[in-house]
Design a protein around this ligand. Structure first.
Ligand SMILES: [Cu+2]
Length: 227
């Protein structure tokens, strides 16, 4: 092979290597495409509790609706936050939820949503401090709720100060201002249980209930409970 031919081969292989590196870094940084089912039954030993970590963000920052509020869930297999709100869970199992809440809050239209319901002991913790009700007319108000009506679960997710520099695009890193809310609940028998946020956070839509509030993979989804 001529010198020029060898150089061309080396250069070609080098470009392929660079291309692969760029592709894998981009794949790692880009959140998953919404629409899948996050399966928590594979990563959990039989009879053991399931740990779910989610984040709530003020603006998803990518996809068809980058300005919409959204939930993201941490893939237990890869550790990446993805925009999937359908979660496959085992029946009659304790679920330990950790919510990293990155959005600002406001007073609730219905103070009932400030009540923690359906969790273990009827309580949740906010940055380590236990609470059973949150008065949204104080502090930074409430940003979203996590509620599973079929299981009687409802938890207010306390907001961050609107004056803080909030995370602008998901997935958010823990260096951005956030509240950590933890609680546990139990799944019951097999079935499809809708879950959703009840704060009308669909800004710019009729009564705040359109847009992200009524679109799968943003402010609601399903617990697909299997035996
Ligand atoms: Cu919401």
């Amino acid at each position: 092979m001529s010198m020029r031919g060898r150089l061309a081969t080396v250069l070609g292989l080098f470009l392929v290597a660079v291309g692969l590196i760029v592709w894998s870094v981009a794949a790692f940084l880009t959140p998953g495409t919404p629409g899948g089912v996050m399966d928590f039954t594979k990563t959990q030993a039989a009879g053991q509790p399931v740990n779910i970590t989610v984040q709530t963000v003020g603006a998803i920052g990518f996809g068809a609706h980058p300005t919409w509020v959204s939930y993201l869930v941490k893939d237990p297999a890869t550790g990446k936050f993805v925009q999937d709100t359908t979660w496959k869970l085992p029946a009659n199992t304790k679920i330990n939820m950790t919510v990293l809440q990155y959005d600002s809050g406001s007073p609730l239209r219905n103070q009932e949503w400030g009540q923690v319901e359906g969790t273990t002991n009827g309580k949740a913790t906010l940055n380590g401090t236990s609470y059973s009700v949150y008065n949204s007319n104080t502090g930074n108000g409430v940003a979203h709720t996590f509620a599973v009506p079929g299981l009687g679960v409802s938890v207010p997710l306390v907001g961050n100060s609107a004056n803080a520099t909030l995370c602008g695009a998901a997935p958010c890193g823990t260096s951005s201002p956030h509240n950590t809310i933890k609680f546990s609940f139990r799944t019951s028998s097999a079935g499809s249980y809708p879950w959703q946020c009840f704060v009308p956070c669909g800004l710019g839509y009729l009564y705040g209930n359109g847009g992200p509030m009524s679109t799968q993979n943003y402010m609601g989804g399903f617990l697909e409970v299997v035996r």
